[in-house]
Every structure is written in structure tokens, then in C-alpha cells.
Design a protein around this ligand. Structure first.
Ligand code: PEP
Ligand code: MG
Length: 587
């Protein structure tokens, strides 16, 4: 959205990849191609269908070529996104809908494809979950490539730029980002896009500052303009005056300094002043994020969300495809362990291959482990794949939304059957594979002592635990003031879970958002959590605070905290404690 006029023009978009970039703008030709829809005669139908199908084949060849060029130059690391795009080209819906429109609607190939893309967009716009909604970006990028192929407009890769620039484009594809030469492109800005698009995910994985969804960027910014972008706040300033320029330069220098200071902690132990060690791990969705985990000194993956393998495609991934994905993840994270969480979809998280029905209360509906238990044809291949992969690294398996002992026993029975199957087939797997559960439902908290007898570890999902304990829809903005991690009910629940785990001699881990917020660290430490798992960029910041805490002080703090009646009281107490002990650590 444009806030001011041209000089010193401030614009606000979506923070896609953190970091400040200061440099000259370079507009890249990534505008959507204009195509017109025309009616065709029945005689032209076959020709139009052929033109469309040929364009798909050509785009496949283009993508294979781009893949091999990137692989030769930079290695095969982030190429999975291009595989996703190749899969979209195989998507029968894209092809059959478009061909049907050419054949029965007598509309030209470009017009028919455009209409199919609009249908995709309408469908995805109705999805509540941000990540799932943004998958449409990949379909549109692929659609754009097909359209360009049909009208004969090529797309120059971004590597042919002069000097150091911030690329400004209507939209960028993941292939564009993969081809970026970091020595030349120091950041990018796009009109379109969202935080969880593959373009943004890759920008984060590669450490390129980026602002996306900056409506009107290509309209307001010209090649050669001075540009400052802040990928942490989503802001951009075009042709900043001296004061604004100096302000941003100082912030950039300060951030760079903080990053350098934090980086020094990477190989130091995650240890308190009084010598208590805690394991700090990362929550990951893609193998591309493993580099960032290692850069942050993460000691493994505490939550590998496997949902992402199931999205964006008409058919579900089969056992072998999953096995390869899990094995790759284990391989890249080694020598550290990976806790693989089984499919956590349903409700508003839509997977096309699962034919889920609409529900009145999706958050309380057929989701997560309930869905897996109901669909053995999906669950069993996933379990087989995880068990098979466990022979190639240190895997753990855990299950989302367990509500009580009956459910975990049902899961363990199936797991045992699968083990027997694999034994009979002579397939190797880790016989000591650790089994855990997510604690995110109040009934699991209240029966934590019983559940602890059944498994090797607990992992508390505070995002859902808060939602279900306080009856707050975590996506409803009108209730956000009631979403209180420091609510006495939550603190008591956390304590019950840790105490039950330790009484049974199993590990208490936490992988909800609370784990990655340094403000909560003294409480989680004092409660006795053994492992905190968070988004990788938070690890060093949490480690920094941890190394300034002592366990004994944190335990006292928790005892005091548990005396308060409201979240507000806890919060103001915590703030005063933080001000007294860590005033320099929380800026
Ligand atoms: C949680 O609920 O805290 C959690 C980590 O799971 P997700 O955010 O994937 O639901
Ligand atoms: Mg959850």
C-alpha cells in the first residue's frame, strides 16, 4: 500500500525474509503476460489442445534444463521446489479442466488456461490456513510459464544483472530465487506473494532479505532508484532522504553486529550459569531449512511437520516418496535426531487426496491423529516410511492431538503390526525408535501421568494447548486478547505435564511458539523442560538468554509465578524480573 509520495516514499508489504538491504533498484520483467480470450471454431479445437499440451511439455523441458543448470552451478540442494512445479504440470486438474474448456467451450488455449487458473485461485482463497492458501502461488507461477510458452515470450534469468541490486518484480518464481547470485542481488521486492510462498521460504533458506506482497512496488519504483528494504518488518523506502537513509544504515549495522555476536554462541553449550543443559532444536517443514538449523547451532529437529509433503498435489505421496523425504531429512540433520510428527491435517488444513468433508467445528473435528486412525490407507504407509527411514539416522516418531490413552494404544497396536510386517519382509529399521505424543488437548494434560506410561517423550504444542484450554480459536482476531500463554491454567498445565513426564522418567519437550520466545524462557527452564524446539532463527536468541539464567533462580521464579491469579499479574511480575536481571538482553 502506498503511504506517501514519490521521494522518501514509504511502502509496507509482507516481511518475507529478514535482513536489511540498501542499494539500487532493478526492475525485472516478471509482469503477468496479457493474453486474450477468443472463441474458436470446432475445426481449431484439436490444434488448440495440441498447442496447450505442447506448451506443457516445453515448460517441463525448460524446468529440467533450469534444474540441471542450477545443479551444475550451485548443487542440488533446494531443487525440490522445481520438482513441485514439475508435479503441478502433471496435475490432471490443470490439464483436464483446460482441455475440456477448449473442447466444449470452444475457447482458445490461453483463455481456457486463464479460466482454469482463476478457478484454482477462487478455490484456494477460501482456505483459512495461510500456508495452504498460498500454495496457489506455485500453480500460478507454473500457469504463467505455460502462458509465456504459448505466446512466445521468454523469461531471462535474474543472474544476468549488473552490479549489486535489489530486484523489484511483479512476482518471482522459486526458480528465479534459486538462480539469484547473492553477490549481485542483495534483496528483492515483489508486488505479489505471501510469507509462506515457496519464493519466500527459499529466500529465508538462502538468507536473502525480501519483502513480498508490496502492492504497487513495480508501479512506484524505477530501475536506478535508491531503495531500502527491511525484510523483518516488511517495509521499504524509495529514494530515502539523508536522515531516513542514515537511520536504516545504523539499524542494519546494529542488526549485523547482533547477528555476529549471536553467531559466536553457535558452538557454545546451551547451558545455564549453574551448569544445567537444555536441548535446543528446530521446528522444520522443509529440508531446505536444515542449513539454517545448523547455522543456529540447533541440536536436531524437535518437530518435523510432515504435512507439507501432502500439499499442493492431486495424489498423496506414496510410501516410497515419503521414505525418501524422511531419509533425506535424517541424513541432512545427522548426527542430530529428527522427531517426525505424523500427518496433522484435517479441519481447515485441506489435502486434496483425502476427500475431507466440511465440518461445523473443524478445530474439534476429524483432524490429526483422529484422521490417521480413521484412514489406515494413509496412516500405514506413513508409519512404514518413517520406520524404514529410521535405519538411516536418529529418528523419533510422535503423534499430534492425542486426547487419551486409548488413542495412543491404538496407534501403538498399528505400529506393532507394521514392525511385524517389516520383520517378515526382512526390512531393517530402528528397533528402539522412540515414540512420543504431542500434548495439546486438556484431556491429555489431565491424564499426563497415564500417558507417560505409554511413551518415551512428551512434546507440548502450546499453540493448540492454549486454543483448547482457553477455548480461543487461534485464528480469530477478535479473540486475540484472550490468547494468553501466561494464563494460570496454561502454567499449571505445563507444570503438570513436566512433573508427570519426570515422575515416569521420560523427556518433557515443548515445540509450540512459546518455546521460541525468549521472554518465556526463564519460566520454561524453571518448570523443568528438557528440550525446547522452535523456528531455527530463534535458537541463538534463546540460547543467549539461557546462558544468562540460572536454573535455581528460574525455579524460584516459577514458584512465584504460580501464585498469581491472572495472566496480567504474571506478565507484570515477569517483566519486572526481566528488567532486573536481563535488561540488556531483550532489546
Ligand atoms: C502446536 O500446536 O503448538 C504445534 C506445535 O503444532 P501446530 O502449530 O503444527 O498445530
Ligand atoms: Mg498443534
Amino acid at each position: 500500500m502506498v503511504l506517501e509520495k514519490s521521494e522518501n516514499l514509504e511502502m509496507q508489504g509482507i516481511a518475507a525474509s529478514p535482513g536489511i538491504a540498501i542499494g539500487r533498484a532493478m526492475l525485472a520483467d516478471r509482469a503477468r503476460v496479457e493474453v486474450s480470450e477468443t472463441n474458436i471454431s470446432p475445426d481449431d479445437v484439436a490444434g488448440e489442445v495440441k498447442r496447450f499440451l505442447d506448451a506443457i511439455e516445453n515448460v517441463k523441458e525448460d524446468l529440467h534444463l533450469i534444474k540441471s543448470l542450477i545443479e551444475a552451478e550451485k548443487g542440488g540442494e533446494h531443487l525440490y521446489v522445481l520438482d513441485t512445479h514439475l508435479l503441478i504440470l502433471e496435475d490432471s486438474m490443470l490439464t483436464t479442466e483446460t482441455v475440456a474448456r477448449i473442447e466444449s467451450g470452444h475457447i482458445n488455449a490461453e483463455g481456457s488456461l486463464k479460466r482454469t487458473l482463476v478457478k484454482f485461485r477462487e478455490f484456494f482463497d477460501g482456505i483459512e490456513d495461510e500456508y495452504f492458501r498460498e500454495r496457489v502461488g506455485d500453480v500460478e507461477i507454473v500457469g504463467e510459464r505455460i502462458l509465456r510458452r504459448m505466446v512466445g515470450i521468454s523469461q531471462e534469468p535474474l543472474q544476468y544483472v549488473d552490479g549489486k541490486v535489489i530486484v523489484v518484480a511483479h512476482d518471482l518464481s522459486p526458480a528465479d530465487v534459486l538462480q539469484i547470485d547473492k553477490g549481485k542481488v542483495i534483496g528483492f521486492v515483489t508486488d505479489l506473494g505471501g510469507k509462506t510462498s515457496h519464493t519466500s521460504i527459499l529466500a529465508r533458506a538462502l538468507g536473502i532479505p525480501a519483502v513480498v506482497g508490496l502492492d504497487g512496488a513495480t508501479f512506484s519504483i524505477k530501475t536506478g532508484d535508491h531503495l531500502v528494504i527491511d525484510g523483518s518488518t516488511g517495509s521499504a523506502v524509495v529514494n530515502p532522504d539523508n536522515t531516513v537513509f542514515r537511520e536504516h544504515l545504523a539499524r542494519k549495522q546494529y542488526y549485523d553486529y547482533c547477528d555476529r555476536e549471536l553467531a559466536k554462541l553457535k558452538d557454545l553449550p546451551a547451558e545455564t550459569l549453574d551448569g544445567h543443559l537444555i536441548t535446543l532444536k528446530g521446528n522444520l517443514e522443509f529440508v531446505e531449512e536444515v542449513d539454517s538449523l545448523h547455522e543456529q547451532g540447533g541440536q536436531g529437529v524437535g518437530l518435523y511437520r510432515t504435512e507439507m509433503l501432502f500439499l499442493n498435489r492431486a495424489e498423496l505421496p506414496d510410501e516410497n516418496e515419503q521414505f525418501e523425504a524422511y531419509r533425506l531429512m535424517l541424513n541432512k540433520v545427522a548426527p542430530f535426531p529428527v522427531s517426525i510428527r505424523t500427518l496433522d491435517v484435517g479441519g481447515d488444513k485441506f489435502v486434496s487426496g483425502l476427500n475431507l468433508e466440511d465440518e461445523l467445528n473443524p478445530a474439534l473435528g476429524l483432524r490429526a491423529i483422529r484422521l490417521s486412525l480413521r484412514n489406515p490407507e494413509t496412516f500405514r504407509p506413513q508409519l512404514r516410511a518413517i520406520l524404514r527411514a529410521s535405519a538411516y539416522g536418529e529418528a523419533r516418531i510422535f503423534f499430534p492431538m492425542i486426547s487419551g490413552v486409548g488413542e495412543i494404544r491404538a496407534v501403538k497396536r498399528i505400529l506393532q503390526e507394521i514392525r511385524s510386517e517389516l520383520d517378515a519382509e526382512g526390512v531393517t529399521y530402528d528397533k528402539n525408535l522412540k515414540i512420543g505424543i504431542m500434548i495439546e488437548i486438556p484431556s491429555a494434560v489431565l491424564t499426563a501421568d497415564l500417558l507417560a506410561q505409554e511413551v518415551d517423550f512428551f512434546s507440548v504444542g502450546t499453540n493448540d494447548l492454549i486454543q483448547y484450554s482457553l477455548a480461543i480459536d487461534r485464528t480469530n482476531e477478535h479473540l486475540s486478547h484472550l490468547y494468553e500463554p501466561l494464563h494460570p491454567a496454561i502454567l499449571r498445565s505445563l507444570k503438570m505435564v513436566v512433573d508427570a513426564a519426570h515422575a515416569a522418567g521420560i523427556e518433557a519437550c515443548i515445540c509450540g511458539e512459546m518455546a521460541g520466545d525468549p521472554v518465556y524462557l526463564p519460566i520454561l527452564l524453571g518448570l523443568g523442560f528438557d528440550e525446547l524446539s522452535m523456528s531455527p532463527p530463534s535458537i541463538l536468541r534463546v540460547k543467549q538468554i539461557l546462558r544468562r539464567c540460572s536454573l535455581s533462580e528460574a525455579e524460584k521464579l516459577v514458584l512465584n509465578t504460580l501464585e498469581f491469579s491472572t495472566a496480567k499479574e504474571v506478565e507484570s511480575f515477569l517483566k519486572s524480573e526481566i528488567a532486573a536481571h536481563f535488561s540488556d538482553s531483550f532489546d
